[in-house]
Design a protein around this ligand. Structure first.
Ligand code: MCN
Length: 783
């Protein structure tokens, strides 16, 4: 394949042969000599005072090296676990430390650690610990936690409310005054458990004489973990190295600095030997953060012609027992809930609530699935109320291509997009008129088909430094180093930290494209803070549009240097040098071309360089994008709901996505497939269920139902390409789009299927039982 065509080429992921043949290096695969094993003893109570921990029997168990409680370790913590600003500055939250000291507030909260010579010895010893609790009343329900007589989870805060803020724009009173119809609806985002294939794991190795700490962690954010371990443990950042080698998925659940990272590092420092911890699945489901868990109360003002004038919405966000690092990020939903539509007003209120459950934090989409679910359900609710086609209602409200770049009610500027084009393409693919005919026929035969639309718009590519500082307290940027070795082979250091997204492939394509190097000559390295400058890691579908753009910019800098050297060697003016497919030549004389390998060789021989030029072929870029990127698309789900059992079958799923310039369509398809599956999981199957006492009832993969391949149809994907003006590649993100789009598409389709029963909304997950009840609640078919 010609190297200049690398951007846009569907190249198989170079990461995969090693991973699928068991050759990957995950934390569990590391085998440091003399490693000790750490076991985290976790609270069995949702809310209780710790009256005492007697470790005398446990200490006698064989192989035990140390047992420490929160009280033992507290003096060594120089700071609590981090909490970033995350859209809500006004919040009250308690300091969260790696181990509870006096009170536990959710089942799974770490209360002690046991370090032993083997994992089983540590686990056996942990069973001999005698922890005495005084059980306190627990509250596991958002609304009950808000009630006046609710148990208070943090005495120092005095209520279970972390924040109660307004985010409003436009004249909402006027919108409701001018409305012909007003609709009220509660939308519930159930609590979800991110289930990455690889759970979390940490190995730490502290060297006392050098005072250096190396930590291998299954994390999305090695660069942030490095900073925070230094801060919390009082070690200079320059002496901390964090490595994230192969990471088996994260989906947002590995985006924070976790208690275990600090505890394993501290244990290694105390014992002066390497220490390892790996969670099991049950621990993973209890103690790795959860996602969503929100109640939205929504009021809509609309005209009979389908114009949506304004929305009032209150987001009750269940933070769980503590405010996690990005726990309030999901409030971003309030600022983007108008989606691709021209609302006149949005009156938002966000309430952050503590409950005695596992803390919540980012989960694939983080805020955008909630915003999209809200506005896409609103479009359908309005269509149903005024008796119009949901497609027409969407068209009526769309921001048009001529109005781009469009600034939304909260001052965020959409970069580019024609939302009708993706919708039209998707409608053609499903043959919409034919489906409606088939649906009408099927209904006569007692067969319930439905079609659901989701014309999503999302914000990603974090991000512009000013905006992300305001929102998260961290000024984000993209980082890359492109370094050509003496023989012209390239090492590319990236600031992102892929954990399933294929950056080693796609970022090599970017470099190959700019420099005309063959892919096999380009190595992409990541996830090691000892190599290269600080990066900003991977989340928020930011990597391609921010770090990928930085990679392109470094490659272009190297290319420009190559042109200068070629001009010198060919004794020509730089302006006359053409660079094409890895060769530089004087315009019109390609036969005397110098290859990039020859030019790079010269770059390491100072006498061959222009007198004012330093040697080497390396460029570094810190890219601060001027704006976020705004991918969009149209997803359409066709479903059949079984009238006898209430079971939903997805008959077809069509997705047309626009993520700007497509670097690798095959990787994009993989991302969209996984994303759609995850969104369908929320719509149909998944829910973290707690009992009244705060025990997680869905703590295994037998009780918590994630979709598997047989549950899903073959997705039909298509695309349009609207380049983003926010980066030199024109790229927008795609890592979360499928999840953001698919949940409302499925629920809209189910509600459409159940129109004959007068159904207006369905709670997620749309289980067969719930749908069966809805079909029978009013005595069966109504119209
Ligand atoms: N890409 C492309 N062309 C584009 C956009 C992206 O070829 N126009 C490619 C990129 O080069 C990259 C991949 O698609 O290889 C995803 O890029 P991007 O949209 O920038 O997203 P990130 O790489 O920043 O990944 C983060 C995103 C998020 S936020 C979650 S959550 C998520 C996701 O990616 N978690 C994942 N995808 C996942 N995939 C796997 N396998 N595992 C996870 O945990």
């Amino acid at each position: 394949m010609a190297v200049s065509q690398l951007i846009g080429a569907s190249i198989k992921r170079r990461e995969d042969p090693e991973l699928v043949t068991g050759g990957g290096t995950f934390v569990e695969d590391l085998s440091q000599t003399a490693v000790a094993h750490l076991y985290v003893v976790r609270s069995t109570q949702a809310h209780a005072r710790i009256l005492g921990i007697d470790s005398s029997r446990a200490r006698e168990a064989s192989g035990v090296l140390a047992i420490w409680t929160g009280k033992d370790l507290q003096p060594e913590f120089q700071a609590p676990l981090p909490v970033t600003v995350s859209f809500v500055e006004e919040k009250k939250y308690p300091a969260m430390y790696p181990l509870a000291t006096d009170t536990v507030r959710y089942v799974g909260e770490p209360v002690a650690i046991v370090v032993a010579t083997s994992r089983s010895a540590a686990e056996d010893a942990a069973e001999r610990l005698d922890i005495r609790y005084q059980t306190l009343p627990a509250v596991v329900d958002i609304e009950k936690a808000l009630a006046k007589d609710s148990p208070v989870i943090h005495d120092d805060i005095g209520s279970n409310i972390s924040y109660d803020v307004k985010r409003s724009a436009g004249d909402i009173e006027a919108a409701f005054r001018d409305a012909d119809v007003r609709i009220t609806q509660r939308l519930v985002q159930q609590r979800l458990i991110p289930v990455a294939v690889e759970g979390r794991g940490v190995v730490a190795d502290y060297k006392p004489f050098a005072d250096t700490l190396t930590v291998w962690s299954s994390t999305q954010i090695p660069h942030f973990v490095k900073v925070w371990l230094g801060v919390i443990l009082g070690i200079p950042e320059s002496k901390v190295r964090v490595v994230a080698q192969d990471v088996g998925g994260g989906f947002g659940s590995k985006i924070r600095v976790y208690p275990e990272e600090v505890l394993v590092a501290l244990a290694s420092r105390r014992l002066s030997r390497p220490v390892k911890w790996t969670e099991d699945r049950n621990e993973n489901m209890k103690a790795t953060h959860h996602g969503r868990s929100q109640i939205w109360d929504v009021e809509v003002a609309a005209r009979r012609d389908g114009t949506v004038l304004g929305v009032r919405a209150t987001q009750y966000l269940d933070l769980g027992a503590y405010c996690s690092q990005f726990g309030t990020f999901m409030a971003i939903a309030l600022l983007i809930a108008q989606g691709p539509y021209k609302l006149k007003a949005f009156d938002g209120r966000g309430v952050g609530v503590f409950t005695n459950r596992t803390p919540t934090d980012a989960y694939r989409g983080a805020g955008r699935p909630e915003a999209t679910y809200l506005i896409e359900r609103v479009m359908d609710l309005v269509a149903q109320e005024v008796g119009l086609d949901p497609v027409d209602v969407r068209r009526k409200n769309f921001v048009t291509a001529a109005e781009q770049p469009y600034t939304n009610l909260f001052g965020l500027t959409y970069d580019s997009g024609d939302y009708t084009v993706t919708l039209d393409k998707a409608l053609t693919l499903v043959d919409y008129p034919a489906f409606r005919r088939e649906q009408a026929e099927a209904r006569k035969r007692g067969k319930y088909l439905g079609i659901g639309f989701s014309t999503y718009l999302e914000i990603c590519g974090l991000g512009p430094s000013v905006a992300t500082t305001a929102a998260t307290g961290i000024g984000l940027w993209g980082m890359s180093v492109v370094n050509l070795h003496f023989t012209g082979k390239a090492t590319v250091i990236i600031g992102s930290s892929p954990h399933g997204q294929g950056h080693e492939t796609t970022f090599a394509q970017i470099v190959g494209d700019a420099l005309g190097l063959p892919l096999e000559d380009i190595d992409v390295v990541h996830g090691d803070t000892a190599i290269g400058p600080m990066g900003m890691n991977t989340y928020g579908s930011r990597s391609a549009s921010v770090d990928g753009a930085a990679v392109h910019m470094s490659a272009v800098k190297v290319r420009e240097k190559a042109r200068k050297i070629a001009a010198h060697l060919l004794e020509a003016a730089e302006a006359d040098i053409v660079y094409e497919s890895g060769k530089a030549f004087v315009k019109g004389a390609p036969s005397r071309a110098l290859t990039i390998q020859e030019i790079t060789g010269a770059a390491f021989q100072p006498h061959r360089l222009p007198p004012d030029m330093e040697g080497g072929m390396e460029a570094t870029t810190f890219f601060n994008p001027p704006n976020f990127v705004w991918p969009f698309g149209a997803h359409i789900a066709l479903v059949e709901v079984d009238g006898e059992t209430g079971a939903t079958r997805i008959v077809r799923y069509v997705a047309v996505d626009d993520c700007g310039t497509r670097i690798n369509p095959l990787v994009i398809e993989g991302q969209v497939h996984g994303g759609i599956a995850q969104g369908i999981g929320q719509a149909l199957y998944e829910e973290a269920v707690y009992d009244e006492a705060g025990q997680l009832k869905t703590g295994t993969l037998v009780d918590y139902m994630v979709p598997t391949a047989p549950d899903l149809p073959s997705f039909e994907l298509a695309s349009t390409t609207t380049p983003s003006p926010s980066n030199p590649l024109g790229v927008k993100g795609i890592g979360e789009a499928g999840t953001i789009a698919s949940t409302p598409a499925i629920i809209n389709a189910i509600v459409d299927a159940l129109q004959p029963f007068g159904v207006k909304d369905v709670d997620m997950p749309a289980s067969p039982e719930k749908l069966w009840r809805l079909m029978h609640q009013n005595g069966g078919v109504r119209r």
